[in-house]
Design a protein around this ligand. Structure first.
Ligand code: XMP
Length: 333
C-alpha cells in the first residue's frame, strides 16, 4: 500500500455524474500507467476488490487477470456469485482457486483467534503467490486499498495499538515484485459504492454488508471443524434470506450467525438431540468503532429460529446477542 494523503479540496463523490468523471479519469490514468502490460488482482468479491476489478476491466479488459481464492470460509454461494458476475457478466479473465482443503487442514485444532487470523492471512498470500508464479508476463498488482486503510496504517505507524489484527493481507514474497495499481486509494467507502453502481455492478454486491477477510473462520468459534462450519454456513444463509425478505437487509449494517464450540441437550423426534447453538448478531454502526444492536422484530426471530433448527443439521438452539460495542466487539473473535 502506498501511503498518500487525500487532497483537502477533493470533492466527495456523491452522484453518478461525479462517479462517471472519476471513472473516466481513472481509466485514462490506468491505461497510462499500465500500457499494454498485464495486471494481477486478488478478487475476493468484496466491494473494494470488485470495484477495482470493474474499473480495470473497463480500462484494460483482458489485460487484467483476476484470481479468486476460495479459502473455504466464504458464505454460501459467495464464490459462485463472483464467478457469475465477473466471468459470465463482465467476461473477465478470472482464475478460480478452490483452496478449501489447504486452509482447513492448517486450521485444524487451532482455537486461538489471532492465531487463526494469522494462519488465514499467511496462507492467503501463499495461495495467491503460487498462482502468481504460474502466470507469466505480469508487471502490476492491483489492490482495493481505500482511504480508511491508509488512515489506519498512518495510525499504526504512529504507534496506536489495534484490538484485533484486521489487516489480513500482508506483503507478497520478495520474488514477486509488482508495481502497484491502486485506483480507489483516495476514496471513502460510500464513494466506492457510488462508483461501483456507476460501473454497473449489481446493487447487492455494491451494498453488501462488510465481511471480514478471515470469513466464517472467526464466526466458527475456537477450533474449526468441517461439520460446524457447514452448519454455520447454512444457518447464516437462512438469516440472510429472512433479512432479505423482510427488508432488514437494506437497513442493518451487519448481521450474521456465530457458532460456539459447545453443545447443549435438546430433543428431536422424541430422542435426545445434542447440538450447537446458533447465535444471531445484528448491529448498526457508522464506523465500526462502536455499535448498537438492531432490535429485530420477534416475528422475524421466530421465523429464523424455526428455519435454522429445522433445516440445519446439528443446531438445536438459537440465541440472540444483545451486546453493544463496546463492551463486545462486533465479531466474537
Ligand atoms: P470488531 O469485531 O473488531 O469488527 O468489532 C469491526 C469490523 O471489522 C470486521 N472485522 C474484520 N475485517 N479482517 C477483516 O477484514 C478481520 O480480521 C476482521 N475482524 C473483524 C468486522 O466484521 C466488523 O465489520
Amino acid at each position: 500500500m502506498e501511503i498518500c494523503r487525500r487532497p483537502e479540496d477533493m470533492a466527495r463523490i456523491t452522484t453518478k455524474a461525479l462517479a462517471d468523471s472519476f471513472i473516466e479519469q481513472q481509466v485514462k490514468e490506468i491505461r497510462q500507467q499500465v500500457g499494454d502490460k498485464k495486471v494481477l488482482l486478488a478478487l475476493s468479491g468484496g466491494v473494494d476488490s470488485s470495484v477495482v476489478a470493474a474499473l480495470l476491466i473497463k480500462a484494460i479488459g483482458k489485460q487484467l487477470v483476476c484470481v479468486h481464492v476460495n479459502h473455504g470460509l466464504m458464505r454460501k454461494d459467495e464464490s459462485e456469485n463472483v464467478i457469475k458476475v465477473f466471468r459470465e457478466g463482465l467476461d473477465a479473465n478470472l482464475i478460480y482457486v478452490d483452496a478449501t482443503d489447504r486452509f482447513l487442514d492448517l486450521l485444524a485444532g487451532v482455537a486461538e483467534p489471532e492465531k487463526k487470523r494469522k494462519i488465514i492471512g499467511a496462507e492467503f498470500i501463499n495461495v495467491f503467490a503460487d498462482e502468481a508464479r504460474k502466470l507469466e508476463g505480469i508487471d502490476f498488482l492491483a489492490q482495493g486499498t481505500i482511504y480508511p486503510d491508509i488512515l489506519e496504517s498512518i495510525k499504526q505507524a504512529e504507534g496506536k495499538k489495534a484490538v484485533k489484527s484486521h489487516h489480513n493481507v500482508g506483503g507478497l514474497p520478495e520474488d514477486l515484485n509488482f508495481e502497484l495499481v491502486e485506483p480507489i486509494k483516495l476514496l471513502f467507502k460510500d464513494e466506492v459504492r457510488v462508483v461501483g453502481e456507476a460501473l454497473g455492478l449489481p446493487h447487492g454486491m455494491v451494498y453488501r454488508q462488510p465481511f471480514p477477510g478471515p470469513g466464517l473462520g472467526v464466526r466458527c468459534l475456537g477450533a474449526i471443524t468441517r461439520d460446524r462450519l457447514h452448519a454455520l454456513r447454512e444457518a447464516d444463509a437462512i438469516l440472510r434470506d429472512e433479512f432479505d425478505k423482510c427488508g432488514l437487509a437494506e437497513k442493518v449494517w451487519q448481521y450474521f450467525v456465530v457458532i460456539p464450540d459447545i453443545k447443549s441437550v435438546g430433543v428431536k423426534d422424541e430422542s435426545r438431540y445434542e447440538g450447537w447453538p446458533a447465535i444471531i448478531r445484528a448491529i448498526n454502526t457508522t464506523d465500526a468503532m462502536s455499535a448498537t444492536i438492531e432490535e429485530i422484530p420477534y416475528a422475524v426471530l421466530h421465523k429464523v429460529t424455526d428455519r435454522i433448527t429445522h433445516e440445519v443439521e446439528g443446531i438445536n438452539r438459537v440465541l440472540y446477542d444483545l451486546t453493544p460495542k463496546p463492551i463486545g466487539t462486533i465479531e466474537w473473535e
